[in-house]
Write a protein that binds this ligand. Structure first.
Ligand code: MN
Length: 484
């Protein structure tokens, strides 16, 4: 995907790296036993450790560690058997400790790879630099009172994974694909729910530009806490444009942290970029280095589910689907599972078309996700069965499907109630054809005079008198025989 921004000074290329903060699915926090559920009343899920009372000691949550390892394996990444929790020191009102426990020099996960499924059916590999574990901070609430800011510490201490990509992304579209793919992998793994509206996944977007064709890395800016795929793409676009315009005007880009304003569709400065040494990282003296054994890592590897890339390959091999169709079907775990159930015992290509066409259409219209589908996978499978054994035509099946969505009834019941069975009895169809031919000598002459397209008119007439129930293949064959 070549994505260029033209400026007065020529064409510019965008260089993007993403840091994704993903909340680990876990009952309790990274260093305390407090609950992590979303939507609880303010400060109802805060232990003395989360509130940073003096003398409290953090105890690492083994389940969160296993979740991070699992994620690393899912990202095809190096798992580091020795990693270290460090204190990242800064002052903020919603950070009672005065530091965040994070990992710095020795993260739990090293380099990995995420494969993007491109719109043309091809793929592109994006490098993962590292994944480290850290605590989330609390939340300042500025909209509760005109004069005061309130603090909710429910999030304080919740386990996060920070997944850092290499600067391999080259367009807003690629960044969007990457974010969706990482989210898909995390959801397959069950390590993060990927719910960006609830803040369980958010991205910091690093953007720089360079003259097209050069391989230099210029000064980048970091746009913080962007909380939807669409906003990430818009923020990149806006920030890249701003940088190109600055270079065109002979200005320099300063390394800084910015915020994206979705209403104005622009980024604005938040603070001068801090450097790692500003945080005075040092190993947390309350925590031992985190040491993993091969046996522990192997046990987690044994639990890995089939991931989207493997499932895509299997769908292509087993069901002869195109790379594109397979990519669409595996993007969400629920969709892939729905498709496999619906396709069981039926024509897989037909099943794929029904899932990505009629079903997605109906769900979009109703604003529903696939897990809330009014038509279950088994029910769609039953409809496919009726098409497959010629009980109904594909055209009638669309009407039956619409009624299934509306009423929740099964396909067989609707077909029986309305007498929609396809007419394949050649005698019955032949009788109708004879009548139509006898009544329309002009059309017959037209066809026999060489107008091949006139056959369509005859097919239409037969369908009309049979209420669309005649088997189109039989109709075509008989018509050609009779019209000579
Ligand atoms: Mn972080």
């Amino acid at each position: 995907m070549t994505y260029l921004i033209s400026g007065e000074s020529g064409d510019w290329e965008v260089v993007i790296g993403l840091e994704i903060h993903a909340q680990i699915i876990s009952q309790s926090k990274l260093f305390s036993g407090s609950a992590t559920g979303f939507g609880a009343g303010p400060n109802t899920q805060v232990s003395l450790v989360d509130a940073a009372m003096p003398g409290m000691l953090p105890v690492v949550n083994g389940y969160c560690v296993a979740q991070a390892v699992k994620t690393g394996l899912g990202l095809k990444a190096q798992i580091n058997k020795h990693s270290v929790f460090e204190r990242k020191n800064y002052f903020y009102a919603d950070l009672p400790q005065g530091y965040q426990i994070s990992q710095y020099a020795e993260p739990i996960v090293g380099e990995g790879t995420v494969v993007l499924d491109m719109p043309d059916g091809g793929t592109r590999s994006i490098g993962i630099e590292r994944l480290h574990m850290e605590q989330d901070a609390g939340k300042s609430m500025h909209d509760q009172d005109p004069k005061r800011t309130f603090i909710d510490l429910n999030r304080s201490g919740v386990a996060l994974m920070e997944i850092v990509s290499k600067p391999d992304l080259r367009s807003p579209e690629e960044a969007g694909l990457y974010l969706r793919k990482v989210r898909s992998i995390l959801r397959y793994l069950g390590t993060c729910d990927g719910n960006m509206e609830e803040g369980s996944m958010r991205a910091d977007v690093n953007v720089s530009v360079r003259p097209f064709g050069s391989d230099e890395l210029r000064t980048r800016t970091e746009t913080k806490n962007v909380n939807s795929v669409r906003f990430v793409m818009q923020a990149i676009e806006a920030e890249a444009r701003r940088q190109v315009e600055a270079y065109d005007d002979g200005e320099e880009i300063v390394q800084e942290t910015r915020l994206f304003d979705a209403d104005k569709n622009q980024t604005r400065p938040m603070r001068a970029k801090e450097f790692a040494h500003d945080y005075r990282y040092f190993p947390d003296p309350d925590l031992l280095p985190l040491v993993l054994s091969d046996a522990e890592i192997d046990a987690i590897a044994q639990e890995l589910p089939e991931l989207p890339d493997d499932r895509k390959d299997r769908f292509i091999a087993d069901f002869s689907l195109s790379a594109y169709d397979a990519g669409v079907l595996v993007a969400e775990r629920e969709t892939a599972e729905y498709f496999e159930k619906a396709a069981l015992g039926h024509d897989a290509k037909l099943a794929a078309n029904w899932v990505t066409g009629n079903l997605f259409g109906a769900l979009n219209k109703a604003g529903l996700g696939i897990s809330e589908s009014p038509v279950t996978a088994e029910a769609l499978g039953a409809l496919l069965g009726l098409i497959g054994n010629d009980t109904i035509s594909g055209r009638i099946a669309k009407d039956v499907f619409d009624e299934m969505v509306e009423t929740g009834k099964g396909a067989a019941e609707i077909v029986a109630d309305k007498g929609l069975e396809q007419i394949t009895d050649t005698g019955e169809i032949e009788a109708e054809i004879d009548k139509i031919i006898a009544a329309n000598p002009d059309q017959v002459n037209d066809f026999q005079g060489g107008n091949e397209k006139a056959i369509g008119w005859f097919v239409g007439q037969v369908m009309k008198v049979t209420g669309g129930k005649a088997n189109p293949k039989v109709v075509n064959e008989l018509l050609r025989k009779k019209l000579g």
